[in-house]
Each structure stands twice: as C-alpha cells, then as structure tokens.
Design a protein around this ligand. Structure first.
Ligand code: UDP
Length: 385
C-alpha cells in the first residue's frame, strides 16, 4: 500500500511518553503496526520523541506538559505554535495523503480551517465530548475532515454536528494483548488495584471508602495532578493545592489512605505496573464519569485481571459482565462485586484481549478508515473540479 500519513501527536509529551501519557501511548502503539502494514509515517511531535518513524516534524525540542500548570494566557500559544508548524509542513509538500490528528480542539479547528486543497484529516477524539460544545456543536469540516471516537458510547453523547463528521469508533489497544492467551496463568495476591490519574471522575474516593467498608486491600496507582510520587506531593507544600486533582486527593481520598488497607504508591510504570496488575485480584473502576476509551481496562484484561466497575461510558463495550469482569450501576454494590471477582476466569480475560485489543487489530481498523476518509475527500474534490 502506498499511503503517507502525517501523525500529529502534539507538543505536550514525547512519543513514547516518559511515564504517564495516554494519547502519546496510543500513537506509540499504533505507528509500528501501521508501518508494518506499509504506511509511511511522518510524526509531528516534539524533538525528544524517539519512536522510529519515516520522517519527523517538530516545533518544540521537548514536551511542554509542565507548562499546563501555568495560567491560560501563558499557555494558549503552545498548541497553536505546534499546529502552525504542521500547517507550514503541509503547505511545503504534496505527498501527505492524510493527517491523523490527536491534538484536542486546536488540531481539529486548525486543520478544518485549512481549506479544500489541504489533505484529508482523521481527528481522533480521545476525550469526553461534552467538552468544547461551541466548537463541536458548530463543526464544519466539509468532506475533507472526519473524526472517530474511541468507543461507541463516547460518540453517542457527542453533539450532532460532530457526529455528522464521524466515521465510527476504534477501541484502544495495548501491546500487552499480543500473545496474552499464551502466557502462563497469573499468581494472584490479595490486593485490588485502581490504575489511573487520581481524579474525581476515576472515583478513587469511592474505591477507598469501599475498601474500608467491604474489607479489601486497595492499591491506588497513578499521578495526583503533576505529582508522581507521594514524596513529591509532600514536598510541594500548600502551593500544590492550586491543582484541583491535588485538592480532590487531599480532601476526599487521603483520609482513607492508611498505608495498610489503602495505599497510594504514586505513578507506576513498565514492569512494576504490569506486576502490580498481574498480581491483583481485580482492577477496580469506581467511575463517576463516562470513561471514553479506557486503556487501563484493556491492559487489565490483557494481564488476566478481571475488571470490577461501575457501568459507565465504554465499560460495557470492553467488559462482558460475568465473563471478563463484573459491572454494576450501584456504587454500594461495587464492594460486594470485588469479593466475587475470583469467579471470573483470568484466562478468559487474556483470551478476550488477545482477540480484540491488540495493536494489530487497532491499526487494521485505522487503515480502513484512512482509505475511506481519503476516498471521500478525493471524490468530493474531483466533483468540485
Ligand atoms: N498509567 C500508568 N501508570 C500509572 C497510572 C496509569 O502507566 O501509575 C497508564 C495506564 O496504564 C494507561 C494510562 O496511564 O495506559 C491511562 O489511560 P486511560 O485511558 O486508562 O485513562 P486516561 O488517563 O486517558 O483517562
């Protein structure tokens, strides 16, 4: 296949990310599979990205994530500067068949404004689509710009104008799913894990309360705002409270963290993260928001750990109640389900991941969408000519 894609990962973190980094991880998972399928990839990211690609474009030498703590008027130029670099690149060459964009709001708005002669665009929506109603509710990308979601439930809640541009959804994937069905059975400990940013939507406060009430050991893994380790948060002092996720942690979660029944271990990565998940009886998702994509959900299944969750967002699309996890709409029932998680067969979770959530499955689906988006845009351009 001869297809050249400009993959726009944005200015915030390098690809692959140094630690936590949802979108950059998706790009790092997708690109090697696309290249295996014969797609040429031009990566628009920051200079410190190390992912092997065919060509690179960058405006910033390294990730600008830390700047997001600053006030809006000091930050608002960053994604614009990155996008201006992408637009310059697109104007300077004619071999880009499609832009696969991952930059929230600014990517979509800038690329849609480029006019009919610009390349076709597929913009992946990684976030909650109740955000940016004025942008999404009035979107007009003509026949050149299309969007995709990361779950059906996410798209179902999108404004009509955004849905009119949609080519459907592509579930997230994980390299851990490759050969997951052939790995030996995991040895389970007695702990339960919540893996994710510590944030009201992810519901660590509810999980921690249930751990004390239902009597299970809970490990909370993930950053609190910009703080990756308990010692960093402690050292930051009162200033840290400016961050809403820090306030949530200190006020709603920390009172339950006793270092025994409930522990916060900070961000875990690599083998440490995998070992923590493999050894867990269950992964808990006490959600208070409509989880759009759920990378941590598919990672848990790939590592043979049943998912116990509130039935919200994409959870029912990724987890089958009784077979790969246990779901309930009732917060209070969640604690009881943790006790029943041992009834779910870890081998079934790993089989499911190996069939549905590998990078190859995701890449194949994206290539199909690229072809579709490119054909639609080209047909309309021909008609206009
Ligand atoms: N993650 C991690 N270490 C942590 C907490 C989270 O590596 O301590 C990773 C997790 O494995 C997943 C990603 O961060 O790959 C979170 O993505 P998800 O879609 O679950 O949540 P988001 O933060 O994007 O809403």
């Amino acid at each position: 296949m001869s297809l050249t894609v400009l993959m726009n990962a944005g200015p915030w973190l390098s690809v692959p990310p140094p630690g936590y980094g949802g979108i950059e991880n998706v790009v790092a998972t997708l690109v090697p599979e696309l290249r295996r399928l014969g797609v040429r990839v031009v990566l628009a990211s920051v200079g410190s990205s190390t992912l092997p690609v065919d060509e690179r474009v960058s405006v910033f030498p390294d990730g600008q994530f830390a700047a997001l703590q600053r006030p809006y008027n000091q930050v608002c130029g960053i994604s614009q500067a990155h996008l201006s670099g992408v637009v310059r690149e697109l104007h300077s060459r004619d071999d880009i068949d499609l832009v696969h964009d991952h930059v929230e709001a600014v990517g979509l708005a800038t690329l849609a404004a480029m006019g009919p002669d610009a390349p076709a665009v597929l913009h992946t929506l990684h976030w909650d689509l109740a955000k940016h109603p004025a942008l999404y509710g009035n979107l007009d990308g003509g026949d050149r710009v299309r969007v995709n979601g990361v779950s059906a439930s996410q798209l179902a809640r999108a404004p009509q104008a955004l849905r009119d541009h949609s080519v459907g959804h592509v579930h997230l994937s994980t390299p851990l799913a490759v050969g997951a069905d052939r790995r030996p059975p995991p040895i389970k400990g007695d702990h339960v894990v919540i893996l994710g940013r510590i944030n009201p939507g992810k519901g660590q406060d509810l999980g921690a309360r249930l751990a004390h009430r239902a009597g299970f050991r809970l490990v909370l893994a993930g950053p609190v705002g910009p703080y990756h380790r308990p010692a960093d948060l402690a050292a930051a002092g009162d200033e840290a409270r400016q961050n809403p996720d820090v306030r949530f942690f200190l006020d709603e979660v920390a009172p339950y963290v006793d270092g025994d029944r409930v522990r916060w271990v900070g961000t875990v990565a690599g083998q440490e993260r995998d070992d923590l998940l493999v050894g867990a009886r269950a992964s808990l998702f006490p959600l208070r928001w409509e989880e759009p994509g759920g990378t941590a959900v598919v990672e848990s299944l790939a590592l043979g750990t049943p998912v116990v969750a509130i039935t919200r967002g994409c959870l029912p699309e990724l987890v089958e109640h009784g077979r790969t996890g246990l779901l309930t709409a009732d917060e209070e029932e969640l604690g009881d389900l943790v006790r029943e998680a041992s009834l779910v067969d870890p081998a079934e979770c790993r089989r499911e991941a190996a069939v549905r959530f590998t990078p190859a499955v995701m890449a194949q689906r994206y290539v199909t969408l690229y072809e579709h988006v490119r054909r639609t845009a080209a047909a309309r351009r021909l008609q206009a000519a």
